[in-house]
Design a binder for this molecule. Structure first.
Ligand code: SF4
Length: 562
């Protein structure tokens, strides 16, 4: 090992779980993963070199060849494609004289096309060395490439602002301002009760997971608290990576202390002393803000030993993903934290008994944790005062696509789809379709705009809430292009563990390309349905099970002609 590499390993213990953080550090230093550095990581963590190579080649963020001094990532996900993302790629390819995926001969620039940056509200989205920037297609690339303006944080609006009130109101790592705005009241209330009482309050509120699966949060905590082995863990799933979804980014960047508070409450409730936030690698800015908030919470005694003199101790550590949508699946996320490829595990056993490091784990979405803090501060009854009886409380909806004011809108469950679109300035008379729930969701037709955005209302309309996405596709858009972006996303993100998804997403992409080219036949559409059914019924995890849903809903709903 060379001297600089030894220095890079300072602070690590040489555990298997150090592999991904070490590879990140190597790449930050060298701009790629040199082979001798990967060999050194293998020796240091005492795993075969093949395992490190396996990890390095699984995650798209890791590069085995040098990137440019300026690494430009342009999104071609659904909303970005609608707003010219692909044209930016073409303009840059022409300007730089390279193709996407290449580096200029002088090493100054590299260009990468990505499927989702979690910035759909700022479409077309781009990152330059991790910083979200605003690009200007009307100007020549030469004029904006070297110092593009940093993109703003994004809009948070709606009513009532239970979870979003503090976004933009104060510095997100200012503990005093957070306390003055009602922060940590939920934690204080929790610590004054028994863990069982805390779980009962959350159960009574009817809070369910906001990541997409909607599992009852109180029940999850109860199962984890009741599991026999220890230690137990809290994991905050901040791997928001699905086109159309960016609400967790708004919380992480705008009110990270609320997420930390939710983790503390979960830790107290289930009997855990350690929490991890697994955040997607593209969220450089939210991660930096979150780290500052964690540091501030430690400095003011809200993290660490004997919090508020209660005898309860809790630590939080950030783990950074490396570019794999599948890691939003809870068991794939555990595999990733443990230092392996992010491939889902067979279930059962479930995370509540055999989660991270094979220990009982409560894994919750960012928004779920923020809501838990609100519930402890204000009570389950107050939480149930908004929303419907089957979908109590508020929800953060992600409005993007053809709306003038894209952003995160907080509203009570049961708010009509039409009202949310109008809140974002959208003209509901000019809606061709709405992607509801995310890439794994379905398309709603204009006739469905009065659907109440609640679990039961959407179910009755044959739709699903997913992560709360409403992506508006305006009149005049080519729906075939929209389907192409979804097919590209799933084909890119399939982890390859099971055949139905690995092959199905590729076949699906091939047929959607034929639809775009105008060469698809009825037989192709029949095959598309067969492939979709196979993926839905035979895939190993939710990614494959939902990879065809939106595409088939557009075809079956008559939104796309071939
Ligand atoms: Fe991987 Fe897709 Fe199978 Fe999930 S369904 S395990 S993402 S190949």
């Amino acid at each position: 090992m060379t001297e600089p590499l030894q220095t890079l390993f300072t602070g690590f213990q040489g555990r298997e779980e150090d592999i991904i953080p070490l590879l990140h550090r190597v790449q930050e230093t060298y701009n790629y993963l040199p082979e001798d550095a990967m060999q050194a990581v293998a020796r240091f963590t005492r795993v075969p070199e093949s395992q490190v190579y396996d990890v390095a080649t699984f995650y798209t963020e890791f590069k085995l060849a040098p990137r440019g001094a300026k690494h430009i990532q342009i999104c071609r996900g659904t909303a970005c494609r609608m707003h010219g993302g692909v044209r930016y790629v073409e303009a840059l390819e022409q300007h730089l004289g390279i193709r996407a995926g290449e580096t200029t001969p002088d090493g100054a620039y590299s260009l990468e096309v990505v499927e989702c940056l979690g910035l759909c509200d700022q479409a077309p989205a781009a990152l330059v060395n991790g910083v979200p920037v605003t690009l200007d297609l009307d100007a020549s690339p030469a004029s904006w490439l070297d110092s593009p303006p940093e993109a703003p944080q994004g809009l948070a609006a709606g009513e009532p602002r239970w979870l979003t009130a503090r976004i933009g109101a104060a510095a997100p790592d200012d503990v005093t301002a957070y306390e003055q705005a009602g922060g940590f009241a939920g934690l204080r209330a929790a610590l004054s009760r028994s863990p069982q009482e805390v779980i009962a309050e959350v159960e009574q509120s009817g809070l369910s997971g906001r990541g997409g699966a909607a599992f009852p949060t109180g029940l999850k905590w109860k199962f984890t608290a009741g599991a026999q082995s220890s230690p137990k863990f809290v994991v905050c799933n901040a791997d928001e990576s699905e086109p159309g979804t960016f609400k967790d980014r708004a919380l992480l960047e705008g009110d990270p202390l609320a997420v930390i508070e939710g983790m503390l409450i979960a830790g107290y409730a289930i009997g855990a002393a350690q929490g991890y936030v697994y955040i997607r690698s593209e969220y450089h800015r939210p991660r930096a803000v979150l780290q500052r908030a964690i540091d501030a919470a430690y400095a003011s005694g809200y993290l660490g030993k004997n919090i508020l003199g209660s005898g309860f101790s809790f630590d939080v550590e950030i783990r950074v993903g490396a570019g794999a949508y599948v890691c939003g699946e809870e068991t794939a996320l555990f595999e990733s934290i443990e230092g392996r490829r992010g491939m889902p595990r067979y279930k059962p056993p479930y995370p509540t008994t055999n989660g991270l490091f094979d220990r009982p784990t409560a894994i919750n979405n960012v928004e779920t944790l923020a809501a838990a803090g609100w519930i402890l501060a204000h009570g389950a009854e107050a939480y149930r005062s908004q929303g419907t009886s089957d979908s109590p409380g508020t929800k953060l909806f992600c409005l993007s696509g053809d709306v003038p004011r894209p952003g995160v809108y907080e509203a009570p469950f049961g708010t009509r789809m039409r009202d949310l679109i109008e809140m974002a300035g959208g003209d509901t008379g000019a809606v061709q379709a709405v992607l509801v729930g995310g890439a794994a969701g379905s398309f709603a037709s204009p006739a469905q705009l009065d659907t109440p955005m609640s679990f039961e209302g959407l179910k009755a309309a044959g739709l699903s809430l997913g992560s709360g996405v409403l992506m508006v596709i305006g009149e005049g858009r080519d729906m075939r292009e929209v389907l192409l972006s979804l097919a590209l996303f799933f084909a890119h993100e399939s982890c390859g563990k099971c055949n139905p998804c690995r092959l199905g997403t590729r076949y699906q992409l091939e047929i959607v390309k034929k639809i775009v080219a105008g060469t698809a036949t009825d037989r192709d559409i029949e095959r598309l349905h067969t492939i979709g059914r196979t993926m839905t019924t035979a895939s190993f995890c939710g990614l494959g099970m939902t990879a065809a849903t939106a595409i088939l809903s557009a075809i079956d709903g008559g939104l796309v002609k071939w």
